[in-house]
Design a protein around this ligand. Structure first.
Ligand SMILES: Nc1ncnc2c1ncn2[C@@H]1O[C@H](COP(=O)(O)OP(=O)(O)OP(=O)(O)O)[C@@H](O)[C@H]1O
Length: 256
């Protein structure tokens, strides 16, 4: 499959970069993280990894404006100074497809829920691009897990949001289906800024322009150099194996 992801500059000052600044989140006495700042270059994937419970999903939710703690803060800013909250799409581990709506109606769900006019032609074009045009009139429960994940991807793309936040979106899929959806997601999201939480180092090494390892308490973010080459990188190369070993070491090392 062809994909159009060009080499991404991870220069924080590159035009179009989005800056996450002064992120802080505490639940009562427990400070999950404090003063985290990072930059998301335009048209790039940033993969967020770290031990279970370190705060990855919480940081993502905070970016999406979904975090509920009273002690939470974060600034999202780019050169345009336009507000970001309305320009974010979310894709989680559960596909959340409504079983009583046909696939094409699930793709257009966002506009339906906002009371906006739907665009069935665009929804259909997205289903074609995810290889699911044949399933447009079907109901979600008649599809496989991988097909449902592709519908969820089409629904995310339908939103046309420049920032896409993904919380382990492919975790429930088997390894081969995951490799296939990596290729599709990489091509289809090539022009977006993606932040993806994942537990899978291979997934991060395959897709990430930027690898962010979260660790410590309160958690900090450390940058881990991605393998050479343009995503989606082939999973079985010497370079991938080396980076995999190093990334696992970084993930399992205790911080001082
Ligand atoms: N609303 C909440 N109130 C209190 N504690 C919370 C709340 N939400 C999350 N936490 C705690 O914050 C910590 C971080 O949770 P979070 O889901 O962000 O971790 P994570 O790194 O995504 O973990 P995992 O990889 O297991 O999904 C956990 O210890 C969790 O119990």
């Amino acid at each position: 499959m062809q994909h159009s992801r060009h080499k991404v500059s991870t220069d924080a000052h590159a035009p179009g970069a989005l800056h996450v600044q002064n992120a802080r989140l505490a639940f009562g006495e427990r400070v999950l993280f404090d003063d985290i700042s990072l930059s998301l270059p335009s048209a790039s994937w940033s993969c967020l990894l770290g031990r279970s419970g370190c705060g990855k999903s919480s940081l993502l939710r905070l970016m999406a404006g979904l975090e509920v703690s009273n002690d939470a803060q974060l600034t999202l800013e780019d050169a345009s100074q336009r507000p970001w909250r309305q320009r974010i799409a979310w894709m989680g581990q559960q596909d959340l497809l409504l079983p009583w709506r046909r696939v094409i109606d699930n793709v257009q769900l966002g506009s339906t829920m906002r009371g906006e006019r739907s665009d069935p032609e665009r929804a259909m074009a997205l289903l074609e691009r995810t290889g699911l045009d044949w399933a447009a009139r079907r109901y979600p429960q008649t599809l496989s897990g991988g097909e449902r994940a592709r519908v969820a991807l089409a629904r995310t793309l339908y939103e046309q949001a420049p920032l896409v936040l993904m919380d382990e979106p492919f975790a429930a899929l088997d390894a081969l289906t995951r490799l296939d959806i990596h290729e599709r997601a990489c091509e289809l999201l090539a022009d977006r800024m993606v932040v993806m939480v994942t537990h899978d180092p291979i997934e991060a090494l395959r897709l990430g322009d930027q690898l962010l390892v979260m660790r410590g308490s309160p958690a900090r973010i450390e940058h881990f150099a991605p393998p050479e080459g343009t995503p989606p990188r082939h999973p079985a190369t010497d370079s991938m194996s080396r980076h995999h070993d190093d990334l696992l070491k970084a993930l399992t090392e205790q911080t001082a």
